[in-house]
Design a protein around this ligand. Structure first.
Ligand code: 0X9
Ligand code: ZN
Length: 443
């Protein structure tokens, strides 16, 4: 028999043991270069209908080592929450949700199968030209870089390649510049993608936009006028280390791959929490093991630092800043650090509306418009807020591309071309509207 004190000591020891065991497991998972499989993992969509249910989901999302991956984190009672659950936790979590009357639906039965399905290419019969073959699958970073190099080499009067810096693992942050050189202080449009490694559709879509601008220069007078008017910079992979890691080892990787000083060996920073505006002031984590880790300081990551330096050096020229992500079909405006709306909100909304209408006219895809905090959640340190709040770029957006959760991050490759077509239409419409504002001296 043990005394009550002994019992307390024993329980504490067991808890301590469990704590170290789960962290050792975590260390193994984060550092490991073994491929991570998602066999039997499910994604549940939850519909919190009151503040208690929302609180419970917040608590679950914030609990460390919970092994739950919130594809769509809890935000408000009116918005669904998507969570990926490992098979060994499924019944326990389901029980907890049911006991708390949280309405649920299975979005993805088996994430591994969805990852296989993601490879489904568009049928060749649907391709408009042989050059579209590149967009039938999610390409690796070297192939993307080679594609851009060739595109630039074949269209040298209007396109060139530049590297705006290096990633943590020293990959080039390769961008394509598309411009008819007439002067060196043309207005700039900046488009980037892939800051979150697993959001593959954003990367493929950004490359598609570059291709459209270049290949239609001679045949579409509107596109010609846009390439003549603006200097376009498109950086399809802000986080190439994470992107490659998501191909080779862990499809669900989100962060950069920087190695910090975490005693548990956790790797990477959420680069969209790492920008130097209201840094780490909400919706971000100071825990290096969290997927929302803001980093040891603002701009600790070479990727975000390189973007900030590039943009700041040209800040008066940059008229539009688009940081593409996935998923949810939202055209997000600032702010993401507060629910207050900025003074320019009406103008920002109106330009987003032009984008979303044009996008919708291509394949009927519906997007919602609103500020990040109001449509999603508070998340400070994002690129869009920094572009608007520090660089002073009035039109700074975060489009969350396809889909609304049917496939989530693992969108079948057959959707790359439709996503490219509709997002290009959105960007083109925005740029034409901006060109008009410029000619009237409004921006
Ligand atoms: O949380 C994010 O960084 C973005 N959503 S995602 O699902 N792609 O991770 C939204 C960012 C919106 N902008 C700001 N919060 N500043
Ligand atoms: Zn993202």
């Amino acid at each position: 028999m043990c005394s009550p004190n002994m019992k307390i000591v024993l329980s504490l020891l067991v808890l301590l043991g469990l704590y170290f065991f789960s962290d050792a497991l975590d260390l193994y998972r984060h550092r490991s270069h073994e491929k991570r499989y998602y066999r039997g993992y499910k994604v549940l969509r939850l519909y919190p209908s009151n503040s208690e249910q929302l609180r419970l989901l917040h608590d679950l999302a914030e609990s460390e080592n919970s092994e739950l991956d919130f594809w769509l984190p809890p935000s408000s009672v009116s918005r669904p929450v998507d969570v990926m659950i490992p098979p060994e936790r499924f019944h326990q979590i389901k029980h907890l949700l049911t006991a708390n009357h949280i309405q649920q639906e299975i979005l993805v039965e088996d994430v591994d199968k969805a990852i296989e399905n993601e490879k489904t290419p568009a049928p060749y019969s649907e391709l408009r030209s042989t050059s579209s073959v590149f967009f039938t699958k999610y390409q690796r970073i070297n192939d993307i870089h080679n594609y851009l190099e060739n595109l630039a080499a074949e269209n040298s009067p209007i396109a060139s390649i530049l590297s705006i810096g290096k990633s943590y693992e020293e990959r080039d942050l390769k961008a394509i510049k598309i411009s008819k050189e007439t002067s060196n202080d043309k207005p700039i449009i900046w488009i980037d993608a892939g800051i979150h490694a697993r959001e593959w559709i954003s990367i493929a879509t950004a490359v598609y936009i570059a291709k459209e601008l270049i290949q239609n220069y001679n045949s579409d007078p509107d596109i010609k006028s846009l390439v003549d008017t603006f200097e376009w910079y498109i950086l399809p992979s802000v986080n190439p280390d994470g992107y490659e890691y998501s191909h080779d080892y862990n499809r669900m990787w989100r962060k950069t791959r920087s190695v910090g000083t975490s005693v548990w060996g956790c790797i990477g920073v959420d680069a969209n929490r790492n920008f130097g505006f209201k840094w780490n002031q909400g919706g971000a984590s100071s825990n290096p093991c969290s997927d929302l880790y803001a980093g040891p300081k603002a701009f600790s990551e070479p990727e975000t630092k390189a973007i900030s330096e590039f943009i700041l050096a040209r800040k008066n020229q940059v008229k539009l800043y688009i940081a593409t992500h996935s998923y949810s079909q939202l055209w997000l405006t600032p702010w993401g650090w507060t629910s207050k709306l900025p003074d320019d909100y009406d103008d920002q909304y109106n330009l987003a509306n032009i984008a979303v209408k044009a996008l919708n006219s291509v394949h009927g895809t519906k997007y919602q418009i609103g500020s990040s905090t109001n449509l999603l959640y508070i998340a400070a340190g994002g690129a869009d807020d920094w572009a608007y709040g520090v660089a002073g770029i009035k039109y700074a957006y975060t489009p969350e591309l396809r889909d609304t959760g049917r496939y989530g991050f693992v969108l079948p490759a057959s959707q790359i071309i439709p996503s490219g077509e509709e997002t290009f239409a959105a960007v083109k419409a925005m740029a034409l509207a901006l060109k008009n504002e410029l000619s009237r001296g409004l921006i």
